[in-house]
Design a protein around this ligand. Structure first.
Ligand code: G3H
Ligand code: 13P
Ligand code: ZN
Length: 340
């Protein structure tokens, strides 16, 4: 249901948010990518804002279908408004986008747009090409005709991987021959592509990887050749990478040390993301790494202090670790630090 303040539907500018258009232009020409971090609760949101204020980075706050179910769309939208004020209070008015991640119907996109989201993704990547075009165009027509232009991300090509709400058995790389036609027919503002990333903490099967002497799995490289072909056909057009967690081995080890089971974890090496961020890739989606960081710290506290039962005492360290992780991403991986 659309949310109103009693008189009129909320528009994102009233919440202090921005859309992605100008941010992506700057990112493409500046050779960096914006962080798109998922959030479901207050601690994650605080960590994102603290890290982005400290590193002076613009940020995209992403809300997935799972997050809407878990936390409630209205809660999340007002939390994003709170985040805008919190950033100011911390001393830096960074640009903040509130984005629907993997919207799977026109109705969900419409509902988010009418309740103050400044950007939406319509993920028609599992549909036959013509149906993906028709659905994406419908969302663009609605989003772009709002009083305040809402930006739209579309997707071509399928990412493998399983999460609560986003799953596919096999990946299909994006076909560069389709991208121009898709962008022209739909009017999307950015395009998510499939070049070897995938959702979750197990991005490749062990048999697809090589192993270092100490047993660390090294995945095959991303398909930069496909990315180049896409860039040739859409010069300067904003490209998005989903499934871009690096699955840091330190977190995997801490989780396992304190009783967790994280077999066959493998992510996208940071150097590859850094290389992608220097190209037309201007939005990089990261969720799983945050889950790992929080889980590692919570397990550690539970194990070291079995009598602790104050949630602030285990969520606090998890939040601090998350902040460190996001600041590192902005500074060392995405290059978005200092671009706010
Ligand atoms: O791409 C998916 C995100 O990581 C969110 O997944 O629906 O389990 O929150 P979720
Ligand atoms: P990860 O699972 O690699 O963090 O990807 C998140 C994502 O793509 C959200 O849309
Ligand atoms: Zn995704």
């Amino acid at each position: 249901m659309a949310v109103s303040d009693g008189e009129h539907l909320l528009v994102y500018k009233e919440l202090g948010l921005v859309n992605t258009v100008e941010l992506f232009k700057k990112a493409v020409t500046g050779g960096y990518a914006l962080p798109a971090y998922n959030f479901n609760n207050m601690e994650q949101l605080q960590a994102i804002i603290q890290a982005c204020v400290e590193t002076k980075s613009p940020v995209i706050l992403q809300v997935s279908a799972g997050a809407r179910k878990y936390a409630n769309q209205t809660m999340l939208q007002y939390m994003a408004k709170g985040a805008v004020e919190y950033a100011k209070e911390l001393g830096c008015d960074i640009p903040i986008v509130l984005h629907l991640d993997h919207g799977d119907s026109f109705e969900i996109c419409k509902s988010c747009i009418e309740s103050g989201f400044s950007s939406v993704m319509i993920d028609g990547s599992h549909l036959p090409y013509d149906e993906n075009v028709a659905l994406t165009r419908k969302v663009c027509e609605f989003a772009h005709s709002q009083k305040d232009y809402v930006s739209v991300e579309g997707e071509l090509g399928v990412l493998a991987g399983v999460e609560d709400e986003v799953s596919a058995e096999h990946s299909n790389y994006t076909q560069p021959e389709e991208v121009q036609d898709f962008v022209k027919k739909t009017g999307v503002d950015s395009l998510a592509i499939s070049i070897g990333t995938s959702h979750g903490r197990t991005k490749f099967k062990p048999e697809q990887c090589t192993k270092t002497a100490d047993g660390v799995l090294i995945p095959p490289p991303l398909r930069f050749d496909i990315l180049q072909e896409i860039e040739k056909r859409l010069p300067g057009f904003p490209i998005v990478l989903h499934g871009s967690s690096s699955v840091p081995i330190e977190y995997v080890k801490i989780i396992e040390q304190y009783g967790g089971k994280m077999k066959d974890s493998v992510g996208i090496p940071e150097e590859q993301l850094r290389k992608a961020a220097k190209s037309a890739v201007c939005k990089i989606n990261i969720d799983s790494d945050g889950r790992l960081a929080m889980t590692a710290m919570i397990r550690k506290v539970f194990s070291e202090k079995p009598d602790e039962f104050d949630p602030r005492k285990y969520l606090g360290p998890a939040r601090d670790e998350l902040k460190k992780l996001y600041a590192h991403k902005n500074q060392e991986v995405l290059g978005s630090a200092g671009k706010a």
